[in-house]
Design a protein around this ligand. Structure first.
Ligand code: AGP
Length: 624
């Protein structure tokens, strides 16, 4: 998601922080900032909405003297629009404490309420700012007022307040704080969001990924969840959140900086494929239980009453996001909620048929897709309410929608969408679960098992990702094929479409996704001996029919790769299999899509295509 840099040591602090931020730019961001403590122990804070280049100019225009400690951040908005006020670092009321943070503080609303009650003044809309104020509060309870604490006690007091603050926050975070009264120590902590310490000579670093400081040191220590670091010029101590000192292994990084940007993966697309378990966790975090309760009202203003009031749901989107819509349609219909899904650019006339009884769900990774925005405007003109599912806070779509459900996947750099699609699926399952429970279509036990199934997904996704090598081998066998067919049924039919789209986008070969039952009504004519056909066939009600469709394709010479689980493998007769963990059929799209993404990636790799920037495509399509 966002990027963190931190430094303590020599007197080139601002240069080192800004250089680190530049090296994190590849992650995507909308605003940035640094904070350092100068020679007179005053806080110097500079932030901009926009690029690190602008921050660099701002700092160069008003250079700071004698700073030996500081933190920096590139922000990808999750709470609050991209703006200078919402950019990190964030300060406490006295502007003595300053914090940078990646991740999401789940209980920030609750904490903010308590802190406001205690008299704290907030300057941003972010979840992060509560950390600075909470820490200020913890210092107060440790009786830290001007001159009340001996200078040699400031470090242990700062450390203890930090530890107590960590005990109160929930969610995912990598964070770092500095305190103007204690300029010889930087504190950092990790819970579900990466953080790494770089060990130098007479200087030390922290960052959300090693590329930020690789130029200065290759000796690093990776923090685990629940661990914190006290970083000083002459050394770093590591602790658990309970304050127990621990020893950690130092590793020497062999990557160059380009490799480091991609976390050691060859392409952003592959890195993003591997981030999908995390994408699901981030999208679901703190929003699932209890289904049908008050959660969506509190977060996005969508009450259970409102969910009961709609007569149906209309999905609209383009490309990959449209495939997520198709899964949504089946899911809502499965619960008995009337739903339809349309490609945004084909939606115009249907918009006129909507009323305020329809909830339009517009899905867009970028939130800037012109076709989707146009369709949303038409829908609103007919009186429909619009719920946006997007990965981009502050995007045009978020400003035009009535309700906004962010997917919190972090920026997606590869043009071919993978983890953003996974986040969209997670958001749709979340929404469908709340809808069904609010309308009493999903009663208590079923609601519990629905939520459990969803919560299992990240683990199952990880299991599939471990099979990358085997899937790559299958893909390499088809590197010279010029046509591909993808077939499936029901809730996995959209996944067949998505598999075909992925291979088209990055390998430039012809591929079609088809509903398996429709093949015999025409498309079966194109099958020739040796044509690769990927059949998405997990266990479930479509299985017997899928088995028949696979036989029909094989009889015409198709080379079938079956995406199965251990049970459906016994029913589908194919020449090659990719076997997934067993799961309830309703949830399988979140699993079956992964081998197809990996397959497409490895076909493109074997063809030496420009995977992250495929020809003729743009990440955000802002024309109609
Ligand atoms: C996906 O791999 C594509 N690059 C494309 O189909 C994309 O999903 C589509 O253009 C919609 O984009 P959006 O999600 O930003 O609206």
């Amino acid at each position: 998601m966002c990027g963190i840099t931190g430094y303590i040591g020599g007197n080139k602090t601002t240069d080192i922080l800004i250089d680190g931020l530049k090296r994190l730019e590849y992650r995507g961001y909308d605003s940035c900032g640094i904070a350092v403590i100068d020679a007179r122990n005053s806080l110097y804070l500079r932030r901009v909405s926009g690029r690190v280049g602008a921050l660099d100019k701002l700092v160069a225009a008003e250079p700071v003297k004698g700073a030996r400690i500081g933190i920096g951040h590139t922000r990808w908005a999750t709470h609050g629009v991209p703006s200078e006020d919402n950019a990190h670092p964030h300060t406490d009321c006295a502007s003595q404490l300053v914090v940078v943070h990646n991740g999401i503080i789940e209980n920030y609303l609750e904490l903010k309420e308590q802190l406001l009650f205690a008299g704290h003044k907030f300057k941003s809309e972010t979840d992060t700012e509560v950390i600075a104020h909470l820490l200020e509060e913890k210092l107060k309870t440790l009786h830290v007022q001007e001159k009340a604490v001996r200078s040699d006690m400031l470090e242990p007091v700062f450390f203890e307040a930090f530890r107590r603050m960590l005990a109160d926050i929930k969610g995912s975070f990598a964070l770092s704080v500095i305190w103007a009264r204690c300029p010889h120590m930087l504190l950092a902590a990790r819970m579900y969001s990466p953080l790494v310490v770089g060990l130098g000579k007479g200087e030390n670093f922290i960052a959300s990924d090693v590329s930020a400081f690789l130029k200065h040191t290759k000796r690093v220590v990776f923090l685990n969840d629940g661990e914190m670091a006290a970083v000083k010029e002459d050394g770093v101590d590591f602790y658990t959140f309970q304050g127990k000192k621990i020893s950690k292994d130092c590793v020497t990084i062999q990557w160059d900086s380009t490799m480091a940007e991609k976390g050691g993966y060859k392409h952003f697309m592959l890195k993003e494929i591997h981030e999908q378990a995390e994408a699901v966790e981030n999208t679901l975090r703190g929003r699932l239980l209890p289904l049908g309760g008050d959660i969506l009202r509190r977060e996005i203003g969508l009450s259970a009453d409102a969910m009961r009031s709609f007569s149906g749901v209309q999905f609209i989107a383009c490309g990959t996001a449209y495939h997520a819509c198709l899964v949504g349609r089946v899911l809502f219909e499965n619960f008995g909620v009337p739903a339809s899904a349309d490609i945004a650019s084909e939606f115009t006339d249907r918009a006129g048929l909507l009323s305020d009884k329809t909830l339009v769900v517009a899905i867009s990774q970028s939130g800037e897709t012109a076709d989707t925005l146009f369709a949303v405007r038409e829908a609103r003109a007919s009186g429909a309410k619009v719920l946006a599912i997007t990965n981009t806070v502050g995007s045009t779509l978020t400003r035009e929608a009535d309700y906004v459900l962010h997917t919190h996947c972090g920026p997606e750099i590869g043009v071919a969408s993978t983890k953003a699609f996974m986040g969209q699926l997670a958001a749709i399952y979340l929404l469908a679960g709340h809808f069904a429970a609010a309308r009493r279509l999903l009663l208590e036990t079923d609601a519990r098992s629905y939520a459990e199934n969803l919560l299992k997904m990240p683990r199952l996704i990880e299991e599939i990702l471990e099979q990358e090598k085997e899937i790559a081998k299958v893909a390499q066998g088809f590197a010279s094929s010029e046509h591909f067919l993808f077939i499936s049924r029901h809730i996995n039919y959209p996944i067949a479409l998505e598999g075909a789209l992925k291979i088209k986008e990055i390998s430039y070969v012809h591929a079609e996704g088809y509903p398996a039952g429709e093949m015999k009504h025409g498309p079966i004519a194109i099958i020739y001996a040796g044509m690769p056909l990927l059949a998405v066939a997990p266990s479930g009600r479509a299985l017997e029919l899928m088995a028949g469709n696979v036989e029909e394709a094989k009889a015409r010479g198709a080379e079938v790769v079956a995406i199965v689980d251990s049970a459906s493998k016994k029913v589908i007769k194919a020449s090659r299999y990719i076997t997934l963990p067993l799961a309830d059929e309703l949830f399988t799209p979140m699993l079956t899509v992964i081998p197809l993404q990996i397959f497409a990636y490895h076909v493109a790799l074997a063809k030496k295509c420009d995977i992250d920037k495929p020809r003729n495509l743009a990440k955000s399509v802002t024309v109609r």
